[in-house]
Design a binder for this molecule. Sequence first.
Ligand SMILES: C[S@@+](CC[C@H](N)C(=O)[O-])C[C@H]1O[C@@H](n2cnc3c(N)ncnc32)[C@H](O)[C@@H]1O
Length: 277
Amino acid sequence: MHTSVFKNEVMEALNISKGKVFIDATFGQGGHSEEIKSLGGIVLGIEIDPDQVKKYNGNITIINGSFADLEKIAKENITLPIDGVLFDFGLSMVQLKEGNRGFSYRSQDDPLDMRMSNRGQTVAEYLHSTDGESLLEDIMKYSEDVYSQKIVDNILRFRSSNKFEKVSDLLKVLDEAMPYSDLRDRQKTYARVFQALRMVINNELGAITKGLTGAIKIVKSGGRIVIITFHSIEDRLVKKFARDHKAQINYIRNSVSSSRKLFKFERSATLRVFTKL
Ligand SMILES: C[S@@+](CC[C@H](N)C(=O)[O-])C[C@H]1O[C@@H](n2cnc3c(N)ncnc32)[C@H](O)[C@@H]1O
């Protein structure tokens, strides 16, 4: 079961009241959506992962698609403009633990897939088909790991005589690139590289930019765009987006990280709230 991040703060930020209409652009297991509904809001969910959609057995309408198509999905399914959009980026705990798609370095026997939508290229295919220069650019840019060059050298060496299939294949390559003997140090690089590959395979930053652009177009003046990010690359993108659109949205400061003790799963998350001008 996924536990929704900043649940109360998100509800407050969305400024919910009876009959207001919202899109939950990252439906997941519906934790935030159900809460919006229980407070009287009307919700349309968007979720890219068909397995997540299948698992949901409540009565909120979910569109199986990407928030990159937010504007189109909204136009086709609800009356515009609406009162707010929620983005809770990343993966749910269920996808990480039971996804069976290699999202977590802990699932050593999982296939190296990492596609959220089950469409497009898998990580295994990407590791075999991408030239060394592009691999280095992607891994350096999205993992920001100091051993990126060695990691790419090892990927190229491994693939010249082996096939990437499972999570354990990638872990072997990463282990050989790092000087650390301590497992905790190695895990930091595992986490960074797995996150980088997931971002590339799912074009996450491109989808975020398109989704946020769409949100500005469909939210009414005074409506809210509420965003939860989980790492600095996402957060930098959101901040840049806000700077570039400061004529259309206004940042509302919130003090969630200082106003209460955070749950462990919330500690790496940042909540950003914008009002449409
Ligand atoms: C952190 S979870 C959301 C959890 C949800 N707020 C809840 O309370 O259950 C993020 C979800 O966003 C979905 N997701 C990621 N990228 C997406 C995209 N481009 N379009 C739609 N959904 C996406 C993931 O599949 C995942 O289910």
